[in-house]
Design a binder for this molecule. Structure first.
Ligand SMILES: Nc1ncnc2c1ncn2[C@@H]1O[C@H](COP(=O)(O)OP(=O)(O)O)[C@@H](O)[C@H]1O
Ligand SMILES: O=C(OP(=O)(O)O)[C@H](O)COP(=O)(O)O
Length: 434
């Protein structure tokens, strides 16, 4: 049900510059939105998943689905990434079971109105007669934010009848919800069957430019920094990145599984006993591929898992019994920094230590600062979602990075080489090997 005035064909986006001005390899898996926007008056119509979803009316109506919190909304409305802090977004996403007031999107309205400069109207529901009335009376340039679509169980089930009801509210579909693009839900995948055209928004496009484009054809040397708690949750990413990177730096809780696999004592550090063999295989794979795999040479250890634990710095080979490694040490930071100095592209996923405790945040913060420094020197810096984003925001250097992903799970799946159903469902989207 595309409007009569909307273009009937879509062109692949010939992006060579990101919105931050840096050159990135274009990702071929999304279509151009700007061809719809042109100079026509916009009416914006939104519905929401766990995050607010914004729909844009063009001539008749375009629906935009915004990603994690309002970055996407602002990206959509102003064609640039907004700066709403993680703090302001807290609690806005969720996995509600039925109508759950604490997951209502109502609290977003004042800030959303301020950010896009339009008084946003909020619907009490995401489908139904009341919403239809509001849609019908929405003026050009108006914005209607629908209630959290996850209040309906049919959303996550990708129920076709439910998707039809959502689709009936608009004529075109713009998905800018990268954070939920790995979910085949009614508002991400289902609606695309009933709304033509269905295209990628600016935020989604930028995510793909970096997480697919810049990673598949990187400026070299290309380094990946992978941290976080467990190797088990990052196996896919590490294996996939080993095919592409020149340097792989490992930190976080996962390193102790690697140490133990190499015969070192790790005290009471986090270890996944069933992944020791895997760690050995990954080390061998890196060697076979000529990837320089660096494990921290020293660690900060603690006598308990607590912010006020006693701590000391020891070589990775000298962790005493009863102590646990909670951060990378100063020698490791130096070695990592030296390696990063040689790079042209860096992707980072997962903290170097328990950065939630100030005492053990030094390694993670040092990496954040280093990447900020490199960004200023023209290195392409990509921060995968999740805790690494929180760390970068904590240090206050988020603005200078080339790209900060708005999706934790979605960015991991993309980096693992998986196809995202929310992207594949879009017109002219084609599978892209990462
Ligand atoms: N040495 C460590 N021991 C235990 N937990 C760690 C260690 N280093 C990092 N972590 C924890 O890992 C968590 C993040 O892991 P993960 O969820 O895998 O990363 P991300 O969210 O970036 O994908 C953080 O809560 C952090 O405290
Ligand atoms: O915030 C989100 O993802 P993230 O926590 O992986 O960044 C999305 O809303 C996806 O949430 P879901 O994992 O409940 O589908």
């Amino acid at each position: 049900m595309a409007s009569a005035t909307a273009p009937t064909t879509l062109s692949l986006l010939p992006t060579t510059k990101s919105s931050s001005g840096q050159s990135v390899a274009p990702s071929p898996s999304r279509v151009q939105l700007s061809s719809f926007l042109g100079a026509r008056p916009l009416r914006r119509l939104g519905f929401a998943a766990a995050d607010p979803l914004l729909a844009v009316q063009v001539a008749s109506k375009v629906r935009s689905v915004s990603g994690r919190g309002m970055r996407g909304v602002v990206s959509m409305a102003k064609k640039s990434v907004g700066d709403l802090s993680a703090e302001e977004l807290k609690g806005k996403k969720g996995r509600p079971k039925g109508v759950t007031p604490k997951y209502s999107l109502a609290p977003l309205v004042p800030r959303l109105s301020e950010l896009i400069g339009i008084e946003v109207i909020k619907a009490e529901d995401s489908i139904g007669p009341e919403v239809e009335k509001l849609v019908a009376s929405l003026p050009d340039g108006g914005v209607l934010l629908l209630e959290n679509v996850r209040f309906y169980k049919e959303e996550e089930k990708n129920d076709p009848e439910h998707a039809k009801k959502l689709a009936a509210l608009a004529d075109l579909y713009v998905n800018d919800a990268f954070g939920t693009a790995h979910r085949a839900h009614a508002s991400t995948e289902g609606v695309t069957k009933y709304l033509k055209p269905s295209v990628a928004g600016f935020l989604l496009q930028k995510e793909l430019d970096y997480l697919v484009g810049a990673v598949s054809t990187p400026k070299r040397p290309f380094a990946a920094i992978v941290g976080g708690s467990k190797v088990s949750s990052k196996i896919g990413v590490i294996e996939s990145l080993l095919e592409k990177v020149d340097i792989l730096l490992l930190g976080g809780g996962m390193i102790f599984t690697f140490y133990k696999a190499q015969g070192l004592s790790v005290g009471s550090s986090l270890v996944e006993e069933d992944k020791l063999e895997l760690a050995t295989t990954l080390i061998a794979k890196a060697k076979a591929k000529g990837v320089s795999l660096l494990l921290p040479s020293d660690v900060v250890i603690a006598d308990k898992f607590a912010p006020d634990a006693n701590s000391q710095i020891v070589p990775a080979s000298a962790i005493p019994d009863g102590w646990m490694g909670l951060d990378i040490g100063p020698d490791s930071i130096k070695t990592f920094n030296d390696a990063l100095d040689t790079t042209k592209t860096v992707i980072w996923n997962g903290p170097m230590g328990v950065f939630e405790f100030d005492k053990f945040a030094v390694g993670t913060e040092a990496i954040a600062k280093k990447l900020a420094d490199l960004s200023g020197k023209g290195v392409t810096t990509i921060i995968g979602g999740g805790d690494s984003v929180a760390a970068v925001e904590k240090v206050g250097v988020a603005d200078v990075m080339s790209h900060i992903s708005t999706g934790g799970g979605a960015s991991l799946e993309l980096l693992e080489g998986k196809e995202l159903p929310g992207v594949l469902a879009l017109d002219e989207a084609v599978p892209v090997a990462v």
